[in-house]
Design a protein around this ligand. Structure first.
Ligand code: GLN
Length: 244
């Protein structure tokens, strides 16, 4: 009989970085693991907490308002940067959504103030005085084993993100604004470190991506199919809203 498997997830700043029901992302992972008899362990690391670089298969940071990001950025840089880099180095997944995505980069510039990021992604974000980039969004992703698949969700950000040379976009914008409303790119990826502006929350609307994360966390295992009728409807609805 196969060994029982467990996906271990660590949520970074779960009380602060969770705008737009991003907790739904964690619940989605839990349910889809449990429905398949895969164990699921969730831990959290908030301000002041140490972070174990070997403690999780996926480190997750959700979105947040600028003031939440201001509260977390210093702690992330001082106390969690080394552990997250070590985790990414050993192949753990790191996923940041919106505010979490921005803090995975080099910095988030808010007027005169610059919030430090942890530089796991070669990206830089600047808050614009222009309109917030808000609306439904659809992208075609470029991910190992999932090239050409569509993610659909919702974005709401003032920050404009530019990719440096070593970050590749997570996907190509089919509809919506993406990283900066200019270059048709959305999100970023460097190996197992992934960032995106898609909320909605992201995973309940894109069950295939939740499964991609679970499978990748478990070393690329094949996952048992499960009855996805409702998830497919949510995905179709999000795609329809985005017009893709
Ligand atoms: N505060 C960031 C911005 O406005 C991120 C927002 C978010 O996480 N929705 O760009």
């Amino acid at each position: 009989m196969a060994e029982p498997r467990t996906m271990r997830v660590c949520a970074l700043y779960p009380d602060l970085m969770n705008i737009y029901a991003d907790r739904g992302n964690l619940l989605m992972l839990r349910r889809r693991c449990e429905w398949r008899g895969i164990g699921f362990e969730l831990t959290g690391a908030g301000i002041g907490d140490p972070l174990d670089p070997h403690g999780a298969d996926l480190y997750y940071m959700g979105g947040g308002q600028d003031r939440d990001q201001e509260l977390c950025a210093g702690d992330l840089f001082e106390h969690k940067r080394a552990a997250l880099s070590a985790a990414a180095e050993r192949g753990a997944l790191v996923l940041g959504v919106c505010g979490g995505y921005q803090l995975l980069g080099h910095a988030y510039q808010l007027g005169e103030e610059e919030l430090p990021g942890i530089g796991l992604l070669d990206i830089r974000t600047v808050r614009s005085d222009g309109p917030r980039l808000i609306g439904n969004v659809g992208i075609e992703v470029d991910l190992p084993g999932a090239t050409g698949r569509v993610l659909a969700g919702f974005e709401n950000h003032a920050g404009r993100t530019q990719l440096g040379e070593t970050a590749q976009p997570l996907g190509r914008v089919l509809s919506g604004h993406g990283n900066n409303d200019l270059d048709g790119r959305e999100g970023a990826r460097h190996g197992n470190v992934i960032g995106t502006y898609l909320h909605g929350p992201l995973l309940p609307k894109n069950a295939w991506f939740a499964d991609w994360l679970i499978s990748t966390s478990l070393g690329g295992s094949e996952l048992e199919p499960i009855d996805d009728e409702l998830e497919q409807l949510a995905h179709a609805d999000a795609r329809r809203a985005a017009g893709v």
